[in-house]
Design a protein around this ligand. Structure first.
Ligand SMILES: Cc1cc2nc3c(=O)[nH]c(=O)nc-3n(C[C@H](O)[C@H](O)[C@H](O)COP(=O)(O)O)c2cc1C
Length: 339
């Protein structure tokens, strides 16, 4: 187990149901450096659940576990387990506004309880010798002043937390769905820049609405990191140039064809263990996003990968379904699909 040094210049956001370990394996093929966050896992699931909620593939490093909870003792129990399992970072969710999460008194509503968050972070830091970080919003409800944000940061910083990931919009705790809470409250990037100017010693990543590596570079002029969520899922090939553009690596950019080929052994192993094809391919649907003909790929996967007994040939058939009139330079396998 390796705890690779973390460079959070670019990271992929925790996204429930989306950034599971299959997605993370797929993402890692495209970028060696991007820090990958798990979906939020609640302390209740880890402590009382039946499954192994901490399972991940070794290839995923550097990988951060996002925890949801607000009981310092439970969080410490989970943080210790995560540390022992080799996670590179533990992140506390102080940004999710869903009702279910609020009933458990965690997520975004914790912004209103900075002392409790500090206790939680402190408890985790005591038992896990890896970074313990916080993902938060810029405010909640009417509490959206800069002072509110800095009071929160001051409290959590006081127990030694030096890394904050800030979703640059506030959350309304009532009346909006989680999806609306990712769209309706306005983005305020300047507020996050201001935070970094005032807390130069903290490592601050910005999150919210970032869609390109060019925009990421612009944010990086002011900040330590950029966290990308939806775009990294819906258009995952975005990650293929992260190592070169963001981390300055000098290596060839992986092609889409290579990504598919390198997924194959992983998928075959999953199938051999009785897994379903679509549990993995659902994360690959966006691989050709934006290319003419990608509809055929998406449609074939969506219609066939869930069927009992579906094997890897479904993936190559989906490639063949793409109606590319002018294949892009890196798609060498179309229209010759003798694969
Ligand atoms: C499907 C989905 C699930 C999400 N689940 C989580 C989660 O488990 N924990 C969390 O902190 N944020 C979660 N988020 C919020 C994202 O981490 C991110 O903050 C938000 O999408 C804004 O970034 P973006 O504009 O780049 O997508 C989720 C977002 C989506 C779309």
């Amino acid at each position: 187990m390796t705890n690779k040094k973390l460079n959070r210049a670019l990271s992929i956001a925790p996204m429930l149901d989306w950034t599971d370990r299959h997605y993370r394996y797929f993402a890692r093929l495209m970028s060696a450096n991007t820090v990958l966050y798990t979906e939020m896992v609640t302390t209740g699931a880890i402590i009382h659940g039946q499954g192994d909620y901490l399972a991940y593939n070794e290839e995923e490093h550097p990988v951060a576990l996002q925890l949801g909870g607000s009981n310092p003792k439970d969080l410490a129990t989970c943080a210790k387990l995560a540390f022992e399992r080799g996670y590179d970072e533990i992140n506390l969710n102080v940004g999710c506004p869903s009702d279910r999460v609020q009933n458990g008194r965690f997520g975004a509503c914790l912004m209103g309880e900075p002392q409790l968050v500090a206790e939680c972070v402190d408890a985790m830091k005591q038992v896990a010798d890896i970074p313990v970080t916080v993902k938060t919003r810029i405010g909640i409800d009417e509490q959206d002043s800069y002072q509110f944000l800095t009071d929160f940061v001051d409290s959590v910083k006081a127990v030694g937390c030096d890394t904050f990931i800030v979703h640059a919009r506030k959350a309304w705790l009532q009346g909006l769905s989680p999806k609306e809470n990712r769209e309706i409250p306005e983005l305020n990037y300047e507020r996050v820049y201001q935070l970094k100017r005032d807390y130069a010693d903290l490592n601050i990543s910005i999150n919210g609405g970032v869609k390109t590596l060019e925009d990421s570079l612009t944010h990086l002029e002011q900040l330590d990191g950029v966290m990308i969520g939806r775009e990294a899922y819906q258009n995952p090939y975005l990650l293929a140039k992260v190592d070169q553009i963001i981390y300055g690596d000098d290596k060839p950019v992986i092609t889409r064809e290579q990504v598919i080929e390198q997924m194959m052994p992983y998928i075959e192993q999953h199938l051999a263990q009785g897994g379903r094809l679509n549990h993995i391919t659902r994360h690959m649907i966006g691989l050709f996003q934006g290319l003419p003909g990608s509809r055929g790929w998406r449609r074939h996967l969506s219609e066939n990968a869930h069927k009992a007994g579906a094997g890897v040939s479904v993936i190559w058939d989906a490639v063949a379904r793409m109606e590319l009139s002018r294949p892009p330079a890196d798609v060498t396998f179309y229209p010759n699909n003798n694969l």
